[in-house]
Ligand binder design. Sequence first.
Ligand SMILES: *Cc1c(COP(=O)(O)O)cnc(C)c1O
Length: 387
Amino acid sequence: MVSFETASFEIAPRTTIGRVSSLADLPIRDDLRGLTPYGAPELKVAVQLNVNENTHPIPENVARSIIEAVARELLSVNRYPDREFLALRDSLAGYLNASNFGAGHLGGGLTRDNVWAANGSNEILQQILQAFGGPGRSVLGFPPTYSMHPIIAAGTGTEWIAGVRDAEYEISPATAVDWIERTTPDLVFFCSPNNPTGTALSLETIAAAYDATSGIVVVDEAYAEFGHDGEPTALSLLEGRDRLIVTRTMSKAFAFAGARLGYLAADPAISDALRLVRLPYHLSSLTQAAAVAALAHAPEMLAMVDDIKKQRDRIEVTLRELGYHPYPSASNFVLFGGVPDAHRMFEQLLERDIIIRDLGIPGHLRVSAGTEAETTAFLRAMSELTE
Ligand SMILES: *Cc1c(COP(=O)(O)O)cnc(C)c1O
């Protein structure tokens, strides 16, 4: 007969609760040791021009129709959402086909099969690196560029290779090809217009890079809607290039940063790859409903884009008059050099209840174009600080 004895495990009493450990004490992955997380300051100040949001609130009638859509969806929130978010992909494809923000004409146009979405384009980039990067693989980028690109690379265990840009933050086709040939990356990340410099990338560079690699080429077009009118974007290169991915977001021009909706356009096989790594039901039914409702009001949601571009141009002109060196921008922000002490100026603006971005590039700061009033407040402070 088997006898069962009650084992007695002593649970040692803990006298301390709360934080008893530091990150360095935890058995974290070696390749994450010593890294710093994304850390744009989240300070509540009157004029927030530091993370390139659309600072215009969404129109009230649009807000109402989003609320109604979300409310309807709540009635079936006991069920998992549409895992394939078909309605949303239809809406996104329709938006890209109809927009004059560089969609170009892609044969018969984009369909839901060309589109994939996630909780922000950051999650899209993460899924791309999970599927095509990872341990033993590498991604080539060109700093200064979006600070999340190397951070997402690190999170997925993908080696980050830092290419070097030409003068004025440009990347010529020859420079891109040279870096690809020398480093043979599995992926190439471009950002156009580039954050934080505002620099637009030529289609020639993207096409040349594509031809020089057998890997994946990603063009992060988070700011495409702020580009120069009628100028084609990388979307116009998709046809016949099945390793090219163009990522977009509703966070910037669309004034939807808090809702978290990013997407991509690419060959349908790309979505098949991402299905292998995404979490099931990654897009909540509330997010899907909100985004579809917002996209149905695209013209109203984007009504402020022209005004934001006007404020951006005003920032460029005024900063130049004040003696700074603003870089030409095709986005909703301006990087400017010629600042004797960037951190000090950041602090002085903060004292005036204005926050912009100190990126750690010596002598440079970045400011987002806000409403007319916010932009005026910034420019007035700059002229006081410059005297
Ligand atoms: C702001 C930004 C994004 C947006 O990310 P979301 O996750 O969609 O909010 C993506 N790429 C670049 C370059 C950005 O500046």
